[in-house]
Design a protein around this ligand. Structure first.
Ligand SMILES: *Cc1c(COP(=O)(O)O)cnc(C)c1O
Length: 363
């Protein structure tokens, strides 16, 4: 099987061994004569798949028993609405830290369901750095504080967990499972699956029991059942048909991560991959990344060519070598290499080598 080094931001590359497992088990899961995606979601077989995936995820992230893990749908975008719907009343205030494209989308959607206070917007510096917390305009009694851990498009990340009185809600769509986290720091962690977890269609929500039972929830408006954390938790995420294929495939990714030695091991590898690529960019006058070093993403690395007229040629020649999906987001331009857990070291090596040769020929 010929596999490209796929630098797509999402849906993103999956680990080779997971693709193999999917192929092997495609028509016959463990001698049942059924594919996982053909099973009833309440069958004993699928229940075992679903439970194992949750147990492995809890292991990988050391999720305490006092947190629920929900397997939802609608992507991170549905969570932009679900978070305020579940956590505050329409007349209450929530704080939003805005550091790029996705936090801007989150606040825009959130403002439809609560009073959204923007504590800081990094648009002032072109999303290249994040001013320290003493410059943030926090509100007095925020129902929650929302931020995006890693901005997938700008390649910008908050290097430390914010310290706030309000419970933290974090969008970890592009960074979950790439490094260890302390789940207890957060009230809600959510992530669309298609970057680091598995195929699109699944959204993971990790929510503290404390927030589920929070006083003031009774002041909320009507919430669609499938977005209601408490209802979903009570139904074991099976209020209706869950995205069974994505859930199953995510479970295979979790097994693979455990076999790799877990999230700490992945973090060390991810750090080394990112350092290698940033060094190649910084050591050249031909490539540039505008983000201040301290705030650079470990997994989404945008870079510009000295002459944007060469962008098309760069993409074409990269693709000829099996280095695909490097085109930057339309709002940023240039290139972007997304190097999540599934991207092997060799993929980054091949990219760095190609960049060097391209610069020699065209620089
Ligand atoms: C991709 C992404 C989103 C949007 O995810 P959907 O699942 O398409 O709704 C939101 N936030 C971040 C940080 C992302 O990377």
């Amino acid at each position: 099987m010929k596999r490209a080094y796929n630098f797509s931001p999402g849906p993103a590359m999956l680990p080779g061994p997971v693709i193999e497992r999917l192929r092997e088990e495609a028509g016959d899961w463990h001698g049942t004569g059924m594919a996982a995606m053909e099973m009833g979601h309440r069958s004993a077989e699928f229940s075992s798949i679903a439970e194992k995936a949750e147990t492995d995820l809890r292991d990988l992230l050391s999720i305490p028993d006092s947190y629920k893990v929900l397997f939802m749908q609608g992507g991170a975008t549905a969570q932009f609405a679900a978070v305020p719907m579940n956590l505050c009343a329409p007349d209450e205030t929530a704080d939003y830290l805005v550091t790029g494209y996705w936090s801007r989308m989150a606040v825009k959607e959130g403002a439809r369901f609560c009073h959204a206070n923007i504590v800081l917007d990094t648009a002032d510096n072109g999303d290249t750095s994040i001013p320290e917390a003493d410059r943030w305009h926090l509100s007095d009694q925020a129902a929650f504080f929302h931020y995006v851990d890693n901005e997938t498009i700008g390649g910008l990340r908050l290097p430390t967990v914010p310290v706030t009185e309000a419970p933290l809600v974090v969008d970890m769509s592009s960074s979950i499972l790439t490094e260890p986290i302390k789940v207890e720091d957060y009230g809600v962690i959510y992530a669309g699956a298609q970057k680091n977890i598995g195929p699109a269609g699944l959204t993971i929500v990790i929510v503290s029991d404390e927030l589920l039972d929070r006083k003031g929830n009774d002041k909320k408006g009507a919430i669609p059942s499938v977005l209601d954390y408490r209802r979903m938790a009570n139904a074991g995420s099976m209020l209706n048909t869950p995205p069974t294929f994505s859930w199953y495939a995510a479970g295979l990714v979790f097994e693979w991560l455990k076999a790799q030695g877990g999230v700490e091991k992945m973090a060390a590898r991810n750090r080394a991959k990112a350092d290698r690529l940033y060094r190649a960019i910084d050591d050249s006058d031909f490539y540039a990344n505008p983000v201040a070093t301290k705030y650079r993403s470990m997994v989404n690395i945008p870079f510009m060519l000295a002459d944007e007229n060469l962008d098309a040629l760069f993409l074409e020649q990269a693709a000829e070598r099996g280095l695909t999906s490097l085109k930057g987001h339309r709002s940023v331009g240039g290139m972007r290499a997304s190097i999540y857990n599934s991207m092997p070291d060799e993929g980054v090596d091949a990219l760095v080598e190609f960049m060097g040769e391209f610069e020699c020929t065209n620089g």
